[in-house]
Design a protein around this ligand. Structure first.
Ligand SMILES: [Zn+2]
Length: 289
């Protein structure tokens, strides 16, 4: 246990050092694709931090030297082409800015789930799902004021990715929503660590997502961890990078133990990869399917 703790401390230290080095690399990466992130420079000489509205939502704005930078989440369903957003400066001026969304192809994934109740919920299950939905929506729509927002993420579980972001999914041949996070392999009980500092804003056992924790990184940037075996935090807890969130499990609608990790930006699910300091562990293929 002691050795494990020491190892975690060293890992955390390395992560922090890597995070400091990575800030020079400008995270998240500018990936203007459906399910991606647009990183756009804004001038800083207009009386302070501007506000940004994109798709009727408040956008994330962070300092960039003497200037600022807008970081916008692009929904998976966005058609390639021009997107606009509005910038409002403290001096009362405002302007429209544009960026171009490039096309991106996502693969399909087909899974079979034997428990028919999990595929087509019965009346009792539907009632539970309908009660849970507002809690999930509220958590994902959170926009809390923050002085600084972490943009350099560590992997919550260091292992291979078994199902990437954005795949069109079919469950027992029925089309479902595209995959709105990444699945990371892990045996039941594997620790899940906070990828970046944040506050726990919701935690519970949900029908589809199983045991789930929502971590608010500030200004509309939220992590969601689903299908956990054990939740080790409570609503209100403030976590630092590398602190324990819970353990990998197979609660909810799953075919095996794994961590499903979603990142929501401005109430839009985006690919968590674009925030990672080091995404190479996800690509290790020797044990991957
Ligand atoms: Zn998943």
């Amino acid at each position: 246990m002691m050795m494990k703790r020491m190892f975690s401390a060293v890992t955390l230290l390395l992560t922090v050092v890597a995070a400091a080095a990575a800030t020079a690399h400008e995270l998240p990466r500018h990936k203007p694709v459906p399910g991606g992130v647009a990183v756009i420079d804004l001038p800083g000489d207009r009386g302070g931090r501007p506000e940004v509205r994109y798709r009727d939502r408040q956008g994330l704005v962070v300092p960039n030297g003497d200037d600022y930078r807008a970081i916008l989440g692009i929904p998976l369903g966005t058609s390639p082409g021009e997107q606009r957003f509005e910038v409002r400066f403290p001096d009362g001026e405002s302007l429209q800015k544009r960026f171009h969304v490039e096309p991106k192809e996502y693969a399909e994934s087909r899974i079979t789930i034997a428990d028919e109740r999990l595929v087509t919920p019965d009346a009792e299950a539907l009632e539970r799902i309908n009660q849970e939905r507002p809690r999930i929506r509220r958590a994902l729509a959170t926009h809390s004021e923050a002085d600084s927002v972490p943009l350099a993420f560590a992997l919550p579980v260091e292992n291979v990715e078994t199902s990437p972001f954005g795949r069109q999914r079919y469950i027992n041949d029925q089309p479902r929503n595209p995959h709105s996070g990444i699945d990371i392999r892990g045996a039941t009980g594997t620790p899940i660590y906070a990828p970046a500092p944040g506050q726990v804003i919701e935690a519970g056992h949900f029908y589809f997502n199983g045991k789930t924790v929502f971590l608010d990184h500030g200004e509309g940037l939220i992590s969601m961890f689903a299908h956990m075996d054990e939740i080790k935090v409570s609503v209100g807890d403030e976590l630092d990078t590398g602190e324990l969130v819970g353990t990998v499990g197979m609660t909810g609608r799953v075919t095996g133990p794994h961590l499903h990790w979603s990142v929501s930006l401005g109430n839009t699910m985006v690919n968590p990869r674009y925030f990672l300091i080091d995404e190479s562990p996800l690509d290790r293929r020797e044990n991957a399917e």
